[in-house]
Write a protein that binds this ligand. Structure first.
Ligand SMILES: O=C(O)CCC(=O)C(=O)O
Ligand SMILES: [Fe+2]
Length: 263
């Protein structure tokens, strides 16, 4: 079967006509105005059940890392004191499996590789074309967060990210964010705002999502975090990553940090 026909069995194509100009333009307006597009029940129930079972089987292969990092995900800068928002540290801890550990037949791979889906995302985020990562690890990942694991406040390096929740924890594991909180391209880092946030002086938004929800998020300027998971059910989430240029590999530093290996 053609990959785009397979795709139509994986997603709710009736409610989400990702090939239609009017739907695409609605999503484009949404991401431009609100910083994210959230599509509940994007994946069919059968797809979610398959993904839960394959992700559980793969969990034993996950590489776990715990890091202390600045919200800017940059090394310590001597030009600022240790308690400056540029250098203050937050904690992130999670497990991760990589693209090469996910079966070629997985719905996630069919989705990731389908032109229909890829063109939809490209048009929504305003890129001509999207490419997979050149290395064998970085294109499709599954993140695992068990009790107590979390992602601290951060800005992403990439301009956008696509996530699909596979399993929701009993409590916690909530995605929280403040949109347009800095302007990286004009080097406007909003240290004042970051300090207020880290001191718990300002509010933020929360995204509520259930398994099967697709989130397309511009995380480069919108600060975000995932709160600590509570209870015995692991938060499992797929991350689909594309590049706007061909032949790009994730940096060696990032691969070593997140995957513990280069290939
Ligand atoms: O787990 C999530 O929902 C978000 C993941 C995230 O922010 C990241 O991987 O940078
Ligand atoms: Fe992020």
């Amino acid at each position: 079967m053609d990959i785009n026909n397979k795709l139509k069995k994986i997603i709710d194509f009736e409610n989400y006509p990702i090939h239609q100009a009017s739907f695409i333009s609605k999503c484009r307006d949404k991401i431009n105005n609100e910083g994210c597009v959230v599509l509940p029940d994007f994946l069919n129930h059968e797809t979610i059940n398959q993904l839960i079972s394959e992700s559980k089987k793969n969990q034993e292969k996950a590489y776990y890392c715990r890091q202390e990092h600045s919200v800017f995900i940059m090394p310590y800068d001597d030009n600022f004191p240790p308690d400056h928002p540029r250098n203050r540290l937050v904690v992130s801890s999670k497990g991760c499996i990589t693209d090469d550990q996910i079966s070629y037949n997985s719905s996630l791979k069919i989705l990731y590789k389908s032109d229909l889906f890829r063109d939809f995302i490209a048009q929504v985020v305003g890129e001509k074309k999207l490419y997979e990562y050149n290395d064998k690890l970085s294109s499709v990942n599954i993140h695992y967060a068990s009790e107590g694991q979390e992602l601290g406040w951060h800005f992403d390096n990439s301009s956008f990210a696509i996530t699909l929740l596979i399993q929701k924890p009993i409590a916690g594991g909530e995605f929280q964010y403040i949109r347009n909180f800095r302007d990286a391209d004009s080097n406007e880092m909003n240290y004042g705002g970051v300090e207020e946030l880290l001191n718990d002086k300002i509010g933020y938004d929360s995204l509520s999502m259930d398994p099967g929800t697709l989130v397309l998020f511009r995380g480069r300027n919108s600060i975000h975090r995932v709160t600590p998971v509570k209870g015995g059910l692991t938060r499992m989430l797929a991350v689909l990553a594309y590049n706007s240029e061909p032949n790009i590999s994730l940096s060696e530093t990032s691969r070593m940090t997140f995957y513990g290996r280069l290939e």
